[in-house]
Design a protein around this ligand. Structure first.
Ligand code: SF4
Length: 374
């Protein structure tokens, strides 16, 4: 019988991010689990495996491919108004009970995800990039499942994307290693990290550890990548004032210019036992970010109901520079180079060279920026 595992194994090639050990064992360095994998066995993510002393890694397919607003990733300080060709694959190195993409992320870990095999589509990098250009995307994003576990394939795609003049971003849980970041940095422009909690016990529950994620936030920033951090506010899991303040203070210790997105949880997958995040709770989390000294705090998943927390303001004179509602950019006043037109302050981010070219959704021209499937 052609199982999902055998289907995926056929779409694998020898990897780069590992070392050979004695006796046919290998150690994978793609994520911070650093799995020791005996011959014939799989790593924790299940999609990387040891074939006769060689680490085989996913290659040559996507399980999801669509053109999304960059604001959906979310990146708010990275080419606002642009679209990102976003690809996902199968598998994850975590097993978060509230995952919204569990059908693809939990492939080979949860039998209920076996249907994910139907989503696999063989593709090469050239075709994928051509799709993106045809859709008008100027960015390529690796997202939906955890991109770290398929880093070699992402590196290959990003190399082609860069050659086509596109920018490249990771949307990741941040459970990386320095080796993976060094490998990716030459072809990567932006990194969104999920900071899921400041409690080690919560990370254990989700299948990871806290310190490597904190290290990734600092390391990606130090490597000159554009970094944004997201914390999904889950009631009874990570919503205490002390914990949110600790998260915000940590981000501020790396740089007060890093945008922090606090986003609203709703029940999904195996976590349907609690209330959704209330508007009040979300706004309180955003206030905590400001109290900790962060210059740019955004509240997500409740578009139009978060007071000013969807807008980008000048950190010096407080002028509203970028208006948003959900994924829509409704106004854009930044000058080239990220200068505030009122006071000249430079706002940190990756901005359009020509402000006139930024796509603004307004009035009768309000354009529903929806994900577009390919
Ligand atoms: S990417 Fe997979 S195999 Fe490699 S260390 Fe992480 S979980 Fe283990």
């Amino acid at each position: 019988m052609d199982t999902l595992a055998s289907q995926l194994d056929r779409m694998s090639v020898p990897g780069d991010l590992y070392e050979k050990l004695q006796g046919g064992d290998v150690r994978c360095h793609a994520c911070a689990h650093r799995c020791l994998i005996h011959a014939g066995r799989r790593g924790i993510c299940q999609v990387r495996y040891n074939r006769a002393g060689v680490l085989m890694v996913p290659w040559g397919y996507v399980a999801s491919l669509q053109s999304d607003p960059i604001e959906k990733k979310p990146f708010y300080h990275f080419l606002p108004g642009e679209d990102a060709l976003t690809f996902g694959m199968l598998g994850c190195d975590f097993h978060c009970g509230y995952c919204q993409n569990w059908v693809t992320s939990q492939a080979l870990q949860d039998e209920a995800s076996n249907m994910a095999g139907n989503y696999i589509r063989a593709i090469d990098a050239e075709t994928l990039i051509a799709f993106g250009r045809r859709m008008g995307a100027s960015i390529v994003a690796s997202s939906y499942n955890e991109p770290l576990i398929t880093t070699e394939w992402a590196h290959h795609i990003f190399t082609h994307a860069r050659a086509a003049g596109m920018k490249c971003v990771y949307v990741s849980n941040g459970f990386a290693t320095p080796e993976t970041l060094d490998y990716l940095a030459p072809v990567l422009d932006g990194y969104k990290v999920d900071l899921k909690s400041m409690q080690e016990s919560v990370y254990r529950q989700l299948g990871g550890k806290l310190q490597p994620v904190l290290d990734t936030i600092r390391a990606t920033h130090d490597r000159g990548l554009w970094v944004e951090v997201v914390t999904l506010i889950v009631p009874e899991l990570n919503d205490s004032v002390d914990e949110l303040m600790a998260a915000a203070r940590f981000i501020a210790s790396v740089s007060a210019e890093i945008p922090w997105h606090v986003t609203a949880f709703h029940g999904d997958y195996r976590m349907q036992d609690r209330e959704n995040t209330s508007r009040e709770m979300l706004l309180r989390a955003a206030e905590i970010g400001q109290e900790a000294g962060l210059q740019h705090v955004y509240a997500g998943n409740l578009p139009g109901h978060v007071e000013g927390y969807e807008q980008t303001r000048c950190p010096h004179c407080q002028t509203t520079l970028i208006g948003r509602q959900g994924f829509h950019v409704t106004s854009y006043k930044l000058l080239p180079g990220g200068h505030c037109p009122e006071c000249g302050q430079i706002v940190a981010g990756v901005w359009a060279d020509n402000s006139e070219s930024v796509k603004v959704d307004q009035g009768e021209n309000f354009r529903m920026r929806r994900p577009r499937f390919l």
